[in-house]
Design a protein around this ligand. Structure first.
Ligand code: GLY
Ligand code: MN
Ligand code: MN
Length: 435
């Protein structure tokens, strides 16, 4: 994404801030074991505003009634680091590359922040993630508070993430293109898994097929830990072991997707391991698919998120009645939350730089947000019938199905960004029997 997008985002954040100083810090590196690290993943908020992908850096936005300034603190070039880990952009490189007003060595951060805070009363930080640099900023504010002769001092510490997450809720055309790229690679991964799946394989072998597609197409990583769940394993919602054998006659649920330029995709497909749905599997599959299609059809600007959640639960409950899993009157069953046993999770979530984008679901008064053009969300209904659950008709026991797509709200209604991925029974059976 081009520098102008990051510049626009910073200026939008400055617009919605009151006078004061906002501090957004990069993610730390994370130890995996002893002296080895996980591959680095930038803090999404920091990346959203800076486009900078190095650790140990800080973005500072300053707003006065008449002006604004942006400062990026970065780690200087260091020959030792360059030898072992590769060259950093360094101070001159960052000055050249980014259109911030100033770039400084991160070692100057504490001294400079202390000077900057002398002039302000509002400090915006991530209130819920005390990074070392945020602790330093609070310490600087505290020391100024007890220093004589300081004209102004910080009187209010506010959460900067709420403001950033409100901006992140509406995706720009460039963000949507980036998400589409992630989905295109993920689509190929799901299709190859369908084509290559055979009874007797191990779940992780399907995961490996997908990861090969992701990396081979230049994606940096999975967007989240893949779920490859054969048979009854699909009824464990966050099953990530992926080490069981795939059995003839079972379904496999794959919830796996890649990240492209830090933007996620999040796709689930459930398909027969031997390439052909049995009658009970088809019945449950079509029940879930019908709910998914009807929920997606209801997406349009102005629809409230909480109505939408309720509507999806009514549809799922109706499906459970039709399948003979629940008996009784729809309203009474919903009221008693009987459907939750078989459909325990929500209908979907915002998606973007994080697979579960932390953007708000309610406004500042706690009222459910209405859909607006540019929002991107997942729609992922599921029904889960555990093998040992005697409340379920025997023919359905051990079946767990989720179908998940990524949907953009548009002025006209919606666009299913993942519609290219095989989904109907016929499309899936065709894809499973290609090779
Ligand atoms: N893959 C995580 C989710 O579907 O929310
Ligand atoms: Mn999801
Ligand atoms: Mn998912």
């Amino acid at each position: 994404m081009n520098e102008i997008h990051f510049l626009n985002r910073r200026s939008k954040l400055l617009d919605i801030m009151e006078e004061g100083v906002a501090i957004i810090t990069s993610a730390p590196t994370q130890t995996r074991s002893n002296d080895t690290e996980y591959s680095y993943r930038q803090n999404s908020d920091f990346y959203y505003l800076s486009g900078f992908n190095e650790d140990n850096s800080v973005l500072v936005l300053i707003k006065t009634p008449t002006s604004s300034k942006t400062i990026l603190f970065v780690e200087a070039h260091n020959a030792e680091h360059a030898l072992w880990n590769g060259a950093r952009l360094g101070i001159d490189g960052a000055r050249e590359r980014f259109s911030v007003d100033e770039v400084h060595d991160v070692t100057q951060y504490f001294g400079m922040i202390k000077e900057i805070l002398r002039e302000h009363i509002n400090l915006y930080i991530d209130l819920y993630n005390d990074s070392a640099r945020v602790i330093e900023a609070k310490a600087a504010a505290q020391s100024l508070h007890s220093t004589r002769g300081v004209k102004r001092h910080i009187r209010s510490i506010r959460d900067v993430t709420y403001l950033i997450h409100s901006l992140r809720l509406i995706k720009s055309p460039e963000e949507i293109e980036t998400i589409k790229k992630a989905i295109a690679i993920t689509a190929e991964g799901h299709h190859q898994a369908m084509e290559k799946c055979r009874a007797g394989m191990i779940e992780y072998q399907l995961q490996a097929i997908m990861n090969y597609v992701f990396l081979n197409n230049g994606a940096m990583s999975e967007a989240y830990g893949a779920i490859v769940a054969g048979g009854n394993n699909a009824n464990t919602l966050h099953y990530v072991d992926n080490r069981d054998e795939l059995r003839d006659g079972d379904l496999v649920l794959i919830d796996a997707a890649c990240e492209w330029e830090l933007y996620a995709s999040d796709i689930t497909r459930t398909f027969p391991i031997n390439g052909k749905f049995s009658d009970p599997q088809r019945e449950v599959y079509n029940a879930v698919l019908d709910v998914q299609l009807r929920v997606i059809e209801a997406i349009r600007v102005g629809v409230k998120r909480d109505w939408f959640q309720t509507y999806s639960e009514e549809l799922l409950c109706g499906a459970l009645i039709k399948l003979g899993v629940l008996n009784g009157e729809l309203c009474a069953l919903i009221e008693a939350k009987e459907h939750k046993k078989y459909a325990p999770h929500g209908i979907g979530h915002w998606m973007g730089l994080d697979v579960h984008d932390p953007c708000p679901y309610v406004d500042e008064l706690g009222e459910s947000l209405a859909f607006m053009a540019g929002m991107v969300m997942t729609i992922e209904p599921g029904l889960y019938f555990r093998a040992d659950d005697e409340s379920v008709p025997e023919r359905y026991r051990g079946i767990g199905i989720r179908i998940e797509d990524n949907i953009l709200v548009t002025k006209e209604g919606y666009e299913n960004l993942s519609s290219i991925i095989a989904k109907s029974v016929e499309e899936i059976e065709l894809m499973c029997n290609q090779l």
